[in-house]
Design a protein around this ligand. Sequence first.
Ligand SMILES: Cc1cc2nc3c(=O)[nH]c(=O)nc-3n(C[C@H](O)[C@H](O)[C@H](O)COP(=O)(O)O)c2cc1C
Length: 189
Amino acid sequence: MNLKELVLKTRTCRRFDETHQISLETLENLVDLARLSASGGNRQPLKYILSNKPEECEKIFSYLAWAAYFKEWSGPDKGERPSAYIIMLGDKSISDNFGVDHGIAAQSILLGATNEGLGGCIIGSIKREELCDDLKIPDRYEVLFILALGKPVENVIIEKIKDDDVKYWRDDKGNHHVPKRNLEDLILK
Ligand SMILES: Cc1cc2nc3c(=O)[nH]c(=O)nc-3n(C[C@H](O)[C@H](O)[C@H](O)COP(=O)(O)O)c2cc1C
């Protein structure tokens, strides 16, 4: 895969083969890509919690919100849930401002996941207080994103945007369609 193919393939995926195990080593290798990514002031304030155990994954799942545009869908069913998570934390003892570090790190991780035949979703909509209580995450850390990871069973198709409508949709075969703005509309002349 060249870089463009990798970026094209790195789509948000929300349905997985839950039987597919992801090793801790794989998760560590993904975090290593984040470690090597850019960081404002090179402060590197991000820390990570790795989870690949079914009981812990089930707990984490209960604090996440999926696909805001799908009002009728409360997230993947059992059997299609992520088999691993990376919780991205900001270490407040290093910095009180994490800038865009977590966005850059998240994309590095997702690109790495695609490269390993995996897929994932950046989750920003998190019941943070409940999650921190349940997982006993110390106050020193701010939960920034959670990356949900697994072996994709969802086919994602990029569409040309129509009528400025950014909402993604699912067709009757279960394919997920995601509209993207046109290049010529992004570059100001
Ligand atoms: C900062 C950020 C937060 C996101 N939070 C959520 C979320 O809470 N739940 C979810 O299902 N998807 C979430 N997403 C995924 C977006 O919906 C997805 O990136 C968008 O639909 C475009 O699809 P694509 O990633 O395939 O290009 C988030 C993405 C980003 C970048």
